[in-house]
Design a protein around this ligand. Sequence first.
Ligand code: GLU
Ligand code: MG
Length: 450
Amino acid sequence: MSGISDSIESFRAAAAEADIHTVEVAVPDTQGHLRGKRVPAKRFLENTFESGANIADAMFVFDMQNDLPDNEFVNMDTGYLDAHLVPDNSTGRIFSHRPGYGLVFADAVNEHGDPHPLAPRSVLAAQIERCRAAGLEPVVATELEFFLCNPDWTPVQAHIQYSSLTDGMEFEAVLADMRSALLGAGIEVEGSNAEYGAGQFEINAGPADAMTAADNTVLFKSIVKQVAMQHGYKATFMPKPWAEQSGSGMHVHTSLTSADGKNAFGDCSEGEPNDVMRAWMGGLLEHAEAMTLLGAPTSNGPKRIRPYTFAPTHVCWGLDNRTVLARCIAESGSSANRVEFRSAGADANPYLIIAGILAAGTDGIERNLDPGAMGSGDMYGNPGDCTALPTDLPGAIAAFEGSELASRLGDTFSRSYVSIAQAELPLAAENNPDPDDVNDWERERFIEHC
Ligand code: GLU
Ligand code: MG
């Protein structure tokens, strides 16, 4: 049986059918890494599903290496408290690639029983509510790229054969197992292909409500890494592992369901966004510079934002054009109409970048923001008067800190998030000051953990 159990009763039935022995109670950290507790299935089903579990709140202020940079909210003086984990029993999965195991996501609450302000699931939940208050239910899909590597972190191929069905057949066994493991965990897979990088692949997940899409995305990364390992390989979502190769992105597609159950972007004319889509994109562009930090939270991610890499460099929108930031799919009367936001790297925390997109888009709708003229053609070579996105971490931090977007996401969260990013600056300055080069120190720091 595959799919997502939407209640403890259906999870109980699925757990019995699959004869699982262990339930992972999972909570995503600020870096998008899944942490949690492994609980014997019997104990989870009798007790933990209701009573929950505890985990050190330090996990919300870790950097990529689990170091604890200075933080004003979680530190030695606050005593590194336990956050309480409340299982969200509508998120149960049974794994097919690790028989005997299932997983349930959990929300973290603080010592007062309130949503933990630093927990990415709390940050996203607040923005989903904001979108709902505007009468719209967000529907989200992510597209992730990654490099498949040998155990020494060299890519498995030295040449590119984009989307080939002939080349690279020696890797199809591992890719096929990844697709089935994802399907087994209730993640709809639309397809996979070889990407435009040596050893780079992409797997596209289907659309889901915003929280499920974020849950699916962190699980996706974990499963891809686990299946790679089962085959003797490694997989990395580091956004720019090699300066001379393509980077890996996390493209985020969003549409909105209105109260009548229809796609609010549905009634576009061919190639012409409707008013709701225009306002949504207006919001995305208004906050795009600030959003860079959510999509590129370390010194490595901004190195992906370079001309002629198919990652966007300017704040612009367009139709089917891989050089723009917000690519809209606007077909006549199509329920598949959506806006693809292309600036985040594959290391982005999906909860946070999706929260940023919802915060920005909702602001666009509330204020009826205008996205301006459509960008067309080569937006790298001819960006016109479009603003350039930040291309390094100091620029990304400066655009986010104190921004309207930061305050929409919550002051406590945003201040903590900025301090984690700021702690990267002296490390990068000391170990790799070159804004364009990716050196061994940087790969060592990020390749395993992204
Ligand atoms: N690899 C590119 C990026 O880093 C995206 C390529 C594509 O259009 O799929 O965003
Ligand atoms: Mg791609």
